[in-house]
Ligand binder design. Structure first.
Ligand SMILES: N[C@@H](CCC(=O)N[C@@H](CS)C(=O)NCC(=O)O)C(=O)O
Length: 248
């Protein structure tokens, strides 16, 4: 968002013998200053009326204080069926930036975090943030296998097998990795000295797991502290007060 200025339209007084502009007028400087004023793109985030894969990006918008349209479709009202084929990958969330669409929840939040300064401070921090988010995605893929089997009415034995053989070990690994990172952290955040989008993704995920009784945060004080840190940030706290209370 910092690169959207255009100074070539600003008026100048004259060109010197070499063709370079010189003797810039006061008007030129005024115009230059105006050009540097940040022009915020128009953001629209399309998703269902759920936290799900869109919530970390919503948290980030509120944290950064950047306005966006939080477009929530209602399941079964036909809106999704109408727009599905015109979305980039046939799924939501989709972020529109001045009309340019970006699919995939983690690409969206990484893009926004890079714009707003929450993607990590060095290339190594950025890599760690990405690694944690990749670990979250591995966990979610195990979680979704079990949840979808249940949702689609698969036989109880199959649901149980997915729960104990796929989901439970993935959850154990995920929680162990997060705890290990927080044990070593001096800041209480997952990477570096300050909050990154990995903290938002994980804190929101812990919130959802706790809400749906897949996780007892009190049994993991470090994870609970991370979640409370994130949810205690004034801008986020303010948003949570009015966000729709959905199951997922
Ligand atoms: N990997 C994708 C998964 C997105 C996804 O599964 N979206 C679901 C909603 S949670 C969806 O669009 N479902 C409607 C459909 O597939 O028709 C992401 O992270 O954005």
């Amino acid at each position: 968002m910092f690169s959207r200025f255009q100074i070539s339209h600003c008026p100048h007084n004259s060109k010197n013998n070499y063709g370079y502009f010189e003797n810039f007028s006061a008007e030129f400087y005024r115009c230059l200053l105006q050009s540097f004023i940040i022009q915020m793109p128009t953001y629209k985030l399309t998703y269902f009326n759920a936290r799900g894969y869109a919530e970390p990006a919503r948290l980030l918008f509120h944290l950064a204080g950047v306005p966006f349209e939080d477009f929530r479709m209602t399941h079964g009202d036909g809106t999704w069926e109408k727009i599905k084929d015109s979305t980039p990958f046939g799924q939501v969330p989709v972020l529109s930036v001045d009309g340019t669409e970006i699919p995939q929840s983690m690409a969206i939040i990484r893009y926004l975090a890079n714009q707003f300064g929450y993607a990590g401070k060095t290339p190594e921090e950025k890599a760690w943030v990405d690694a944690i988010v990749d670990q979250y995605k591995d966990f979610m893929s195990a979680f979704m296998q079990f949840v979808l089997a249940q949702h689609n009415g698969k036989p109880t034995e199959e649901v149980e097998r997915l729960k104990t053989e796929v989901y439970a070990p993935a959850k154990e690994t995920y929680i162990k990795i997060l705890n290990g990172l927080l044990e070593k952290s001096k800041s209480g955040f997952l990477v570096g000295e300050s909050l990154t989008f990995a903290d938002l993704v994980v804190a929101e995920n812990l919130f959802g797991l706790e809400k749906n009784e897949h996780f007892v945060a009190a049994e993991h004080p470090k994870l609970l502290a991370l979640k409370e840190n994130v949810y205690g940030i004034p801008a986020i706290k303010e948003y949570i007060k009015s966000r729709p209370d959905t199951q997922f």
